[in-house]
Write a protein that binds this ligand. Sequence first.
Ligand code: FE
Ligand code: FE
Ligand code: ZN
Length: 280
Amino acid sequence: MLKIGCHLSSAKGFLAMGQEIVRLGGNTFQFFTRNPRGSKAKALDQEGIAAYLAFAEAHGLFPALAHAPYTLNACAARPEVLEFARETMADDLARLEYLPGSMYNFHPGSHVGQGTDTGVRRIAALLNAILREEQHTTVLLETMAGKGSEVGGRFEELRAILEQVELKHRVGVCLDTCHVYDGGYDIVDGLEAVLEEFDRVIGLNRLRAVHLNDSMNPMGSHKDRHQKLGEGAIGMEAVGRIVNHPALRELPFYLETPNDLPGYAREIAAVQAVYREEEG
Ligand code: FE
Ligand code: FE
Ligand code: ZN
């Protein structure tokens, strides 16, 4: 069964997000755990959660994907910036315990001149500091476009982080189609080869979610500019191959395209139209 949704604003709480995604025709959604600027404002309202969980159960929604504020830098050079990332992520993980089955996606970070190896070491050290055996949330490293000094633009960099994480069963990867294409992986004309490479370097068993976005720029641009599905360099034919690929078709897909809500409803319907339900 196709698991599809989009990024929603968490301003009105969980029940509102659940109701919104049902209106849009989806069955899962992504949300920021707090204002992307990283403020202390809470998004995970405990009371709202019970009503949301009942609603999700009644409507057959799949667990939502939490996204860390993208302004955090888990491999910052400045100690106070690093400490802020560690505290925020630890707090998010504690709150996510109230949302069964959720996953927590984050951008690995930017090494800001320290070099990739140092960046990788810092990210793994931060994860080792916050991951708890008794917590249930799977933390996902997002594949990045390789913009500036971003870590995670190459599969090898994500593998290096995963190798240094102690609680390996608590971490996975979220593949962003815009980012990998922008990072130089040809998912349009060589999807099979890219997934083979992902499997060889990271392991497809680590892949837990897909950000389904088109890209404004050609392959390898390293610019990270999302486009509406079918209106960018990736195109709707490639999107069809992506959502139907045996290695991906069971994963949840999240749209992060530049859209208003009616636009998301149209894109969700467009993905549903190209998805082949398996018989039997
Ligand atoms: Fe992201
Ligand atoms: Fe993304
Ligand atoms: Zn992006």
